[in-house]
Ligand binder design. Sequence first.
Ligand code: SF4
Length: 255
Amino acid sequence: MGLRPLLPSPRTSAVDSTVAGGMAAGVYPGEMPFEGLLITEIFESLQGETSLSGLPFTFVRLTGCNLRCTYCDTAYAFHGGLKMSVEDVIGKVEAFGHRRVLLTGGEPLLQRATPRLARELASRGFDVSIETHGEHPIDEVAGVARIVMDVKTPTSGMSRGGYRANLPLLRETDEVKFVIASEGDYAWARDVVRSGEIPTREILFSPALPARDTPGEYPGVRLDWLARRIVEDRLPVRFQYQLHKLIWGADVRGV
Ligand code: SF4
């Protein structure tokens, strides 16, 4: 977790993602032959994104994703994971003692039990957020959790418009994020915003910096370039830089 440098286990790493019995390569969690959840990690940290950036959260990272974005920084959540019941996950979340919970991944909505987890947490008074790429139906969690929809921009290699079917289900208090990993991404996202199809009050533009380890995989953008473009174009969007990476570093897991 984000607090790993300050608070050693057990409070910072509730799940060992290397535990045997997790998801095999090529098997999506929705196809799992059990009713529970497959969890990569549960940890506490500061929320690094959205309008709630800077607030303490418990993070539940579910295993598995059907996309392979060029700039993915959580590929460790594609495979492995620990089988847990919904009740076990709730117990871990309650033990951390934070009011806010983010269900993330991977893609959390691939798992059949995720809507039940969201409902159970909400019924216990937690303020639940779900981060999703938006290609999976959100109908079972709309209105239960704050949806943060990460609309895939062209440079991700995964931009295929699947999010549009979910737009009518978004509430004004949900949030839509665009990762801007190239100048082309900016122009594309700007046009989507100007089209008026995004119904939420919060629209987030999140820069992906040029890749250090895999130069050329995606171009990335400079922070000042993106900031200037947003201001010059008078876009009604929030510039956000991932706070957890600023605090803990770009390659630290569980933050
Ligand atoms: S949707 Fe998210 S977890 Fe899945 S590949 Fe893309 S960035 Fe990674």
